[in-house]
Design a protein around this ligand. Structure first.
Ligand SMILES: Nc1ncnc2c1ncn2[C@@H]1O[C@H](COP(=O)(O)OP(=O)(O)OP(=O)(O)O)[C@@H](O)[C@H]1O
Length: 461
């Protein structure tokens, strides 16, 4: 073994398990040191440098949680995983809150153990991927703290609940956690739970067999299996109907799914991240969100601050967004006049970064392509912000059905116009827009997707 061979510390008071772990590590060509108690582990850590630690939760003279606390103080960079008794999810959750990157339940499966060790050692490589962070603009203290938290969370396998207002960047944070973590080479699958009609949800999530129901013309894998090995991001998770919450909980607990119309179960290995602009704790308190699922998903919370609380980041965001838009539009990036920038900095953005994007997109449409001036922003309180799409549509009067135009298409035009009007009037706050339109948030999300209005042009996938 060379000096570069990763060195793993194994802590367990049960001699049999300790031995099994040491043998497995040896077969993986890794160096192992075993400690039989909390004190012995502390002494080993004080003596040598380790790339990874695997610890049992019961250590005779202490607990795995105490060891995690010691590690957090003395060697926070070292990834640590815990071994828990069968079925004790609460302990596993606690351990992840104390900084463990993952856990493995007894009886220990060798395949799972190998995966756990590989993931842990891969964490050391994560540091090389910092350029990913360049896509997350924000140097305000709250954003710096969030980035530091994201770096830590990327090293863990814990489920994360990302809270924050609509358009504040929750999905972007989820992607960053994935891209910085050990699953980065595997898929990141984002699903908007509010946009899937309730009756299609089970088959969207878990897949179906051809012929399982009318319309199931071919086999479908489902999002869980598409994300296998990677990360599944459940956006607007509070919009999941209760019957799906039960099924989701089961899939997470069993780490397996059964497609509709299929007799077999399929194992899945994924990390779940979720987000909602709603207050999930309140949804739970009011009985709309299952408590058991809440605790399973919300092991650690990351909060994305609203844009109005980090106004110092606005100039950098403006530069970043205009660069992206001008690349997509194949034009040179425009300059922003000093007074326009001042207005942009002072505005409060109920729709957060997405509203800033829409504002700039509209301004870019309205300006001469060289300089964005204050009047192109339309952010004065007496003039509500509008989307570029809406501005373009403003030039048309009420739609008139042209000869031969299919009725369906004509009705969609009207639907699109009404939705854009409501979104403009509410600063692209979709909850408020849905209310204004007299429909549920879920239904609005569904229509936005259907009409291809859920993403601004130039926005990358
Ligand atoms: N810090 C940031 N730096 C650069 N772009 C950002 C940042 N935050 C958000 N964005 C951009 O703003 C838009 C909205 O972000 P995102 O979709 O992540 O928000 P969200 O909170 O998930 O929204 P929703 O609640 O509607 O799902 C995206 O185009 C995203 O790329």
């Amino acid at each position: 073994m060379s000096a570069d061979t990763p060195h793993v510390l194994v802590v367990d008071d049960e001699a049999d398990l300790r031995e099994l772990l040491v043998i497995t590590l040896g077969r993986m060509k890794l160096k192992a040191t075993a400690a039989e108690s909390l004190d012995a582990a502390k002494a080993a850590l004080a003596d040598g440098r380790f790339n990874l630690c695997l610890t049992d939760m019961n250590l005779g003279d202490g607990t795995g949680l105490e060891l995690l606390q010691f590690i957090a103080r003395h060697c926070p960079e070292m990834p640590t995983a815990v071994i828990t008794a069968y079925g004790s999810m609460e302990t596993a959750t606690d351990a992840m809150k104390y900084g463990a990157y993952d856990f493995i339940a007894k009886p220990v499966s060798l395949d799972r153990l190998r995966q756990l060790i590989e993931d842990g050692l891969d964490i050391n490589e994560v540091e090389d991927h910092h350029e990913e962070e360049d896509n997350l603009i924000g140097e305000a203290p709250s954003m710096r703290a969030l980035k530091a938290q994201v770096r830590k969370l990327a090293r863990s396998q814990a489920p994360i609940y990302i809270s924050g207002e609509s358009g504040s960047g929750k999905e972007r944070i989820a992607r960053l956690i994935h891209n910085l973590g050990s699953r980065r080479a595997k898929p990141f699958v984002a699903v908007n739970c509010g946009a899937i009609p309730s009756e299609l949800m089970e088959s969207e999530f878990f897949g179906h067999r051809k012929g399982a129901f009318t319309g199931a013309v071919e086999d479908r894998k489902g999002l869980f299996r598409e994300a296998d090995g990677g990360t599944l991001f459940l956006d607007e998770v509070a919009d999941l109907p209760l019957h799906m919450q039960v099924k989701l909980l089961r899939a997470i607990q069993e780490k397996s799914v059964r497609p509709v119309g299929e007799a077999r179960e399929f194992q899945v290995n994924l990390r779940i991240l979720c987000a909602t602009h709603k207050d999930l704790a309140q949804e739970m308190a009011e009985g709309r969100f299952r408590q058991d699922l809440f605790y399973r998903l919300n092991v650690i919370e990351a909060h994305v601050p609203p844009l109005r609380e980090r106004q110092e980041d606005i100039p950098a965001l403006v530069g970043h967004i205009l660069k992206r838009l001008s690349e997509a539009w194949e034009i040179a990036p425009p300059i922003v006049s000093a007074s326009a920038m001042k207005t942009l900095e002072q505005y409060t953005y109920p729709g957060n970064v997405r509203e800033l994007e829409n504002t700039l997109e509209r301004a870019l449409t309205l300006c001469d392509g060289k300089e964005i001036q204050e009047e192109h922003l339309r952010l004065q309180t007496d003039t509500l912000p509008k989307s570029a799409t809406a501005t373009a549509r403003e030039t048309c009067t009420a739609p008139e059905r042209s000869l031969g135009q299919p009725l369906e298409e004509f009705l969609q035009d009207i639907e699109r116009q009404e939705i854009l009007k409501a979104l403009d009037a509410t600063h692209w706050n979709r909850t408020a827009a849905a209310k204004k339109l007299g429909m549920t948030f879920r239904s609005l999300r569904y229509r936005l997707k259907k009409l291809d209005l859920d993403r601004s042009p130039g926005e990358s996938e």
